[in-house]
Write a protein that binds this ligand. Structure first.
Ligand code: IPM
Ligand code: MG
Length: 356
């Protein structure tokens, strides 16, 4: 197959981790007879520096013209003082919205080799951690109106949280469909004791659940869910939730599995074109030092092969190669443990490519 991949290296450790994912993709192309063509896209801080805009229209157009998008990370202290609409993060939000990517899947799965890196007690970890956060990605409070005004001699800020039924419906369906391929359990996480948007989520999900009698459906307030995640993560299979709650809980979820550096994500809309990125950020403190863990990005590339290109065997091969590298004791700094072999970012990429 011939596929064009828009590549957004972004800021901080972004370029380093994306280069390792490309190394792995090139090896896949060679082994399986595919051609991957990469089209570089500037987004985030680098785009602000070069073009004065975190996502120029021409860059969004390149992403829309590609078969899929691979992203490292955006943002950093250099651009933190900028007003909201000009920040690197805004480029990412506009890209997600511009591509219609409403469905964000963030798997939290414990790799047995990293069990001791989990901050949870062994008695909890032993029960297993394998769940998926299905996060609504292009609506909710991140996309409502943001404004700050002067009132009675002080500043007053508002951020509007808005959900329309169709936005809940489409992400709800993804959650149930995904659960059918897993352990058939969906937990809606919300704040329905306080928020109207959450009550609407529940009403819509109640309608959908009637179509999936095999799926065990439950609901949990987000404060309780954040506690249950550390108390007993084995109770979760698919968590479906809004944009902000999903953002927060997926960071918590990732840490349970040992390191946020291992977690990939997919963002999809109605078609097969998606965007794939690790869930960690640009880690400016270690940028340019060849220290970052590239596995979250490499596994994101594997998700791209599977979900956007239908290359299931190739995706499985990448996961198996990651598994082998971990079995062989290779660890980047974020997951280093006694008796293991320290690997830099590029050494980890080489090791995974070599095991394909
Ligand atoms: C994430 C990030 C982004 C988000 C930021 C960078 C806008 O935290 O992908 O989780 O909040 O969605
Ligand atoms: Mg986040």
């Amino acid at each position: 197959m011939n596929k064009t991949i828009a590549v957004i290296r972004g800021d901080g450790i972004g370029p380093e981790i994306v280069n390792e994912a490309i190394k792995v993709l090139d090896k896949i192309a060679e082994k399986y007879g595919h051609t991957f063509t990469y089209d570089d896209v500037d987004m985030g801080g680098i785009a602000i520096d070069k073009w004065g805009d975190p996502l120029p229209q021409a860059m969004l157009d390149k992403c829309l013209a590609a078969d899929s998008v691979l992203l490292g990370a955006v943002g950093g202290p250099k651009w933190e003082g900028l007003p909201g609409p000009q920040r690197p993060e805004k480029g990412l939000l506009r890209l997600r919205a511009g591509m219609g990517l409403y469905s964000n899947l963030r798997p939290a799965k414990l790799w047995p080799q990293l069990a001791q890196a989990s901050p949870l007690k062994p008695s909890i970890v032993e029960k297993g951690i394998d769940f998926l956060v299905v996060r609504e990605l292009i609506s909710g409070i991140y996309f409502g109106e943001h404004k700050t005004v002067e009132e009675n001699g002080e500043k007053v800020a508002t951020d509007v949280m808005l959900y329309a039924e169709h936005e809940i419906e489409r992400i709800g369906r993804i959650a149930f469909e995904t659960a059918m391929k897993r352990r058939k359990k969906v937990t809606c996480v919300d704040k329905a004791n306080v928020l109207d948007t959450s009550r609407l989520w529940r009403a819509v999900l109640h309608r959908i659940k009637e179509e999936y009698p095999e799926v065990e459906y439950g609901e949990m307030f987000v404060d309780n869910a954040s506690m249950q995640l550390v108390k007993d993560p084995s109770q979760f299979d698919v968590i479906v939730t809004g944009n902000m709650f999903g953002d927060i809980l997926s960071d918590e979820a990732s840490m349970l599995t040992g390191t946020i550096g291992m977690i990939p994500s997919s963002s999809l809309g109605d078609g097969t074109r998606g965007m794939y990125e690790p869930i960690h950020g640009s880690a400016p403190d270690i940028a340019g030092q060849n220290k970052a863990n590239p596995i979250g990005t490499i596994l994101s590339a594997a998700m791209m092969l599977k979900y956007s290109f239908g290359m299931d065997a190739e995706a499985a091969a990448i996961e198996a190669a990651v598994n082998k590298a971990l079995n062989d004791g290779l660890r980047t700094a974020d997951m280093m443990a006694e008796g293991c072999i320290p690997a830099s970012c590029s050494e980890m990429g080489d090791a995974i490519a070599a095991r394909l």
